[in-house]
Each structure stands twice: as C-alpha cells, then as structure tokens.
Design a protein around this ligand. Structure first.
Ligand code: MG
Length: 186
C-alpha cells in the first residue's frame, strides 16, 4: 500500500487478527497491488473506514478514488459490508455498491465476523473468497472475519474520532498492542 506496509505473507503462523496489509486510509490503499494478487471484488466496511461518525455523505475524494480504481483495474464490484443496521443506501449509491448488513436467522443476528455473513457475500458475488479483499478498521469484525473467510485483508486507521464504545472498551489500545509485534520498525 502506498503508505502501508506488507506485514507478513499469508502463513499459518500469522494470527487471524493480523491483516495482510495496513494502510492509513482508503485513499492509501494501492489497488494495483490487490489486482496483481487476483482480487476481483472490493468489499469495504462503512463506519470509520469509508466515513467518519455522523458523516452523512461520502467525501468526493473517496468516491472518486474508489470508482477510478474500479475502472482502471477492472474490478467487478464494490460492496459495503457493515454491521450498521440503519439505512445506508445514500452511501452505497455514490459508489454503485452492493450493500451487506446484519440479518436475523431465527433469534440470532448474523453480523461480522460471523462466517455466515461472509458466505452470503461470496454467494451473492459468485466469487471465491480469494478473489475478494475486505478493507476495514476493526481487527475483529473486518480483519479476523475476513482472514477466517479466506479473503485478503487490509486494515485502515479509523477515520476521525472513534465511537464512544471503542473508547470505553479501550479497543484501540488493545488492537495496537496486538499488532505491534507484527509491524516492521521503520
Ligand atoms: Mg468500522
């Protein structure tokens, strides 16, 4: 990735919470690299990845960058895969993106990182997991979920301020501790 670093090639020894790539933001994701790795479908988290909290429209810069990448590299689709249960169509529309949200199966809510959530995406896209990349800010729902599903994973820094529950749970602190072992020193 332009600003990111390749941490480790896929191997059994790499924990599932460690992504294939890091990037500072969606705008720093190098889609040429992903294309070379056989990616055909882009799957992106919404909150704190594509947008900040309380942001009602995607920034033009972000939309343009993704649409340009899709066109230039011939990606088949862009999808938003979120645990957000509100209506997110206004974000998807700008990208002509598919939308994947949590759904109920009986009394269980199926959401990231549940593997059923990911299987539904592959089925819809008619794609192999290895042909899909997931780009997201959360180690558990995006990276762990994506790695387990067999996708390529890119972790971006959370965009803007975290949601309050992340602060309360010290999510970021825990995440950076988990990752620090794998980040190569500059
Ligand atoms: Mg997120």
């Amino acid at each position: 990735m332009r600003e990111g670093r390749l941490i480790a090639p896929r191997s059994k020894r790499r924990p599932e919470k460690v992504p294939d790539y890091f990037a500072d933001s969606v705008l720093d994701v190098d889609f040429a690299v992903l294309k070379k790795l056989g990616v055909k479908h882009i799957v992106i988290d919404l909150d704190l990845t594509l947008k900040k909290k309380l942001q009602w429209h995607l920034e033009k810069e972000v939309v343009d960058y993704l649409l340009e990448a899709k066109k230039k590299h011939g990606f088949k689709s862009i999808s938003i895969a979120t645990n957000n249960m509100l209506n997110i169509n206004r974000y998807a529309k700008a990208l002509s993106a598919n939308v994947f949200q949590p759904y109920w199966q009986g009394l269980r809510l199926i959401r990231k990182p549940n593997q059923k959530y990911f299987q539904k995406i592959f089925k819809y896209l008619k794609a192999k997991p290895s042909e899909c990349v997931i780009i997201g800010d959360k180690l558990k729902s995006d990276v762990y979920g994506g790695n387990r599903a067999g996708m390529l994973t890119v972790r971006v820094r959370a965009k803007g301020q975290d949601y309050w529950y992340d602060w309360v749970l010290f999510t970021r602190l825990r995440e950076s501790r988990q990752l620090s072992k794998y980040i190569k020193k500059k």
